[in-house]
Design a protein around this ligand. Structure first.
Ligand code: ACO
Length: 321
């Protein structure tokens, strides 16, 4: 028994902030941001919330997979930017969808979150515990962004992506995942409430803070390692992989990973140019775009890999349903 993705959906706020707009807030330029990160624009919430974006993406994924809300047994929302602490985002999504039979919880693992949500749902489906799961990555990172820090504000964006998974006879590929809490200081954020807490807004520690070079070096080393690990664990050859769907943090990271794996860059689709880094939403949004554009075909072997705060990183192999 295994689980396959049978439907995808995504949502991006309609407000688009380009690099020139960022250059009005901090000393930077469109040219610098494009060259160092590959990012040209990002979508930023106005009226949307982490819950509302999660619901929009989820509704589209259910439609796409022809799954009714009451058929969903499990809802996992991966987020580091929930609107409120209680109830969790997944329960709020359940309420909005009317998915009354679902067990719901949130998962917090930053940019590795969607891969871990997928692995968690897969374990439940392949173990026969549940039949249908809805996994969502939704982030309002603009609420956690220090718009005076040019080292971070250029990178992030808001959005949500979702996938519906069904239990199915077939092979379950084992994931490879790791964490290193000792290196947690490389990427921190002390509060989820920077947007409403005026006092804390003055203290940069309460926003996302990052040692950019440390995170860059970590990603470029660990992602190829964990991809090789997951392939060898499952006895899958690189040549069999049609797509490597990586967390969309920085085009230079994706290019460096492709080079270290000695795989053509064409196997590494990117949409970070438009969205920036949307943390746990990024892989889900890209999967949805690839499905809608017909690039994902039944039987394609895919590697998904995430990396980020924690530090956390991981990869998983799947066969497209
Ligand atoms: N515009 C112009 N100049 C800038 C900017 C900017 N936005 N930001 C930094 N600089 C300057 C620095 O001040 C520095 O100037 P100096 O040489 O005079 O001191 C110079 O540019 C180089 O700075 P670096 O920090 O060395 O720049 P780097 O090439 O490392 O790029 C970046 C910075 C883009 C942040 C890069 O390190 C990176 O992408 N790191 C990975 C970040 C990432 O992916 N994080 C997400 C992790 S996922 C998660 O869990 C959220």
């Amino acid at each position: 028994m295994t689980g396959i993705i049978c439907g995808t959906g995504s949502y991006a706020p309609s407000y688009v902030m380009d690099n020139n707009e960022i250059a009005t807030m901090v000393e930077t330029s469109d040219e610098w941001i494009r060259e160092r990160t590959g990012v040209a624009t990002r979508h930023i919430i106005k009226d949307e919330t982490t819950v509302s974006m999660a619901c929009e993406a989820a509704k589209k994924a259910l439609d796409d997979g022809e799954v009714k809300p009451e058929e969903v047994d499990l809802i996992i929302v991966s987020t580091i930017s929930s609107n409120i602490i209680l109830p969790c985002t997944a329960c709020e999504v359940q309420k909005e969808l009317g998915a009354e039979n679902a067990t719901c919880f949130d998962l917090s693992a930053a940019c590795s979150g969607f891969v871990l949500a997928y692995n968690t749902a897969l374990a439940y489906l392949s173990g026969g515990v549940y039949q249908t799961a809805l996994i969502i990555g939704s982030e309002s990172l603009s609420n956690l962004t220090n718009w005076k820090d040019r080292g971070t504000c250029i990178l992030f964006g808001d959005g949500a992506g979702a996938a519906v998974m069904r239990a199915k006879e077939g092979r379950t590929y084992l994931p490879a995942t790791h964490s290193d809490g000792m290196k947690g200081k490389a990427l921190t954020c002390l509060s989820r409430h920077t947007h409403i807490d005026a006092k804390r807004m003055k203290d940069p520690e309460y926003y996302m803070q990052m040692d950019g070079q440390a995170v860059f070096k970590f990603a470029v080393k660990k992602v190829p390692e964990v991809v090789n690990e997951v392939l060898s664990k499952n006895q899958v050859k690189k040549e069999e992989i049609v797509w490597y769907i990586l967390h969309q943090a920085n085009s230079r990271i994706v290019e460096a990973v492709a080079k270290r794996l000695d795989e053509p860059i064409e196997k590494f689709p990117m949409n970070l140019q438009e969205y920036g880094n949307t943390s746990s939403a990024s892989i889900a949004i890209l999967l949805d775009e690839m499905k809608k554009s017909g690039r994902l075909k039944s039987g394609h072997k895919i590697v998904m890999a995430g990396f980020g705060a924690g530090l956390t990183w991981g990869a998983t192999v799947m066969e497209w349903g």
